[in-house]
Design a binder for this molecule. Structure first.
Ligand code: HEC
Length: 130
């Protein structure tokens, strides 16, 4: 009998405590706190969309026409002959470095050959028979 009473008192106490806590929270700090939570939630949902964009794969065929137009005059029509070490361009960074440092007088290509073009040319140099 006594245990029963104790439980009832506990339940009653817990319920009134919960009610008090809810009331206290609803009073003052309510107006500022939820606003910050909403902003953070919106940011998280917006982030994944732009991440998908920069996934363009290099085009060896485009690299072939870029090579014929911009490189063949010095490196020859057939890159497999590796004239002036052009096959190092299979790593696009080598082409970009060579242009940036004006190696072999290639510096004038800086406005024409960027990272995307160097990537395409690298794909072509890796399979010059396409
Ligand atoms: C004006 C002539 C000329 C043109 C045009 C030219 N190159 Fe070169 N390139 C050279 C010469 C000469 C060298 C050798 C430089 C040296 O050994 O210092 C060279 C070197 C290179 C190298 C080797 C760089 C290294 O790390 O040693 C690569 C790769 C290269 N060229 C790629 C290209 C590509 C790709 C193009 C076209 C977008 C191109 N070049 C256009 C003359 C040219």
């Amino acid at each position: 009998m006594n245990t029963h009473l104790h439980r009832l008192t506990l339940i009653a106490l817990t319920t009134s405590l919960a009610a008090l806590t809810a009331c206290g929270g609803g009073g003052g700090g309510d107006s500022t706190t939820p606003a910050a939570t909403t902003t953070a939630g919106t940011d998280t949902t917006a982030t994944p969309a732009p991440a998908a964009a920069p996934a363009a794969s290099p085009s060896a065929l485009n690299g072939k026409s870029l090579y014929q137009a911009n490189c063949a005059s010095c490196h020859g029509g057939n890159p497999a002959q590796n004239i002036s070490k052009v096959l190092k361009g299979t790593a696009p960074g080598n082409t970009l470095n060579a242009i940036a440092s004006n190696a072999g007088g290639m510096g004038y290509l800086s406005g024409t050959i960027g990272a995307a073009q160097a990537n395409d040319i690298a794909a072509y140099l890796a399979q010059p028979n396409i």
